[in-house]
Design a protein around this ligand. Structure first.
Ligand code: MN
Length: 298
């Protein structure tokens, strides 16, 4: 388990101090000894998975270590001082920051949500890594939400949609945002979610073939422009299809952008050059084309 994580960290950070990460791994495992999650797994699996998510985001050593230790102050007999002694002040204050975000005791849900948002933004200003650890923590908790009781599931899912996903979006961590939204949807509207999963799956192969063909054609045409670009296809995630269907009152068949193609270039001028090529190959649908190059979304 640990070796995979270390190998991954070394790939993006050759200067990483692996011995300190190993120390944190052993420390956290011992600290949570005997604790069990609702899933029946050893508690330590949770902070370890959080550290893995952080490594997938190419985070620095202090953040990975704080990820491994993030529940130590809250759930074990060890406190800030001991973490500071073993791992230094930077790690200790990250763990403390994450712990503070978790401590909310307000009467109403609204109060609690407003307060937790306020705390998030404050922590963000102090050290953004605290928020990134908190996002990884929430992501793993959402991945394992099925072991919670019904009421807790709905509550966590709602909070995830209202607080955590928008923050991930604001930070530009779209992979986490999408996964959080899809997981939240699964618990807030299970019927809607599984219905969508089935519809999307039915068309998936067809769509993938189509998109590969479009990419091939577009690449041939772009060759003449002689510019640097990256091209990729992407599928819309479930929650964003769902939101469109609910808020714009559309049926699944009316969602046109289940898949998209993304061409990334160096300059705005190149953007328009690519767009020009696209429009000579495929006519825009009147009234549906929007120029987000000139008028970007916030
Ligand atoms: Mn946690």
């Amino acid at each position: 388990m640990l070796e995979n994580l270390l190998a991954q960290i070394q790939q993006y950070n050759p200067n990483s101090d692996l011995s300190l990460i190993i120390k944190a791994y052993n420390f956290a495992e011992r600290a949570h000894e005997g604790q069990i999650r609702k899933s029946g797994e050893k508690y330590f699996i949770h902070p370890f998975e959080v550290a893995k998510i952080l490594a997938q985001l190419d985070m620095d050593d202090a953040t990975i270590i704080a990820g491994l230790l993030h529940d130590v102050i809250e759930d074990t007999r060890h406190g800030y001082e001991q973490i500071k002694k073993e791992f230094g002040e930077e790690v200790a204050s990250l763990v403390e920051g994450v712990t503070k975000l978790g401590r909310l005791s307000y009467e109403t849900k609204e109060e609690r949500q407003a307060e937790s948002l306020r705390k998030m933004f404050l922590a963000m200003a102090k050290d953004i890594r605290v928020i990134i650890i908190k996002l990884a923590d929430r992501l793993h908790n959402m991945r394992t939400l099925k072991y919670m009781d019904e009421e807790k599931k709905k509550e966590k899912a709602k909070e995830t949609l209202e607080i955590y996903a928008p923050i991930a979006h604001r930070l530009g961590i779209s992979k986490i945002k999408w996964e959080l939204e899809d997981l939240a949807l699964r618990y807030l509207d299970p019927e809607g979610y599984y219905d969508l999963v089935e519809k999307v799956a039915k068309k998936r192969q067809e769509r993938e073939e189509y998109i590969n063909e479009v990419i091939k054609q577009l690449k041939e045409s772009l060759a003449s422009l002689n510019l640097e670009y990256e091209i990729s296809g992407r599928s819309k995630h479930f929650y964003s299809i769902y939101r469109k269907m609910v808020y714009q009152h559309k049926s699944f068949e009316e969602i046109f952008d289940l898949t998209a193609i993304r061409v990334i270039v160096e300059t705005v001028k190149d953007c328009y050059a690519v767009l020009g090529v696209v429009h000579t190959m495929w006519k825009p649908i009147p009234g549906r084309f929007k120029d987000y190059i000139a008028m970007p979304k916030p």
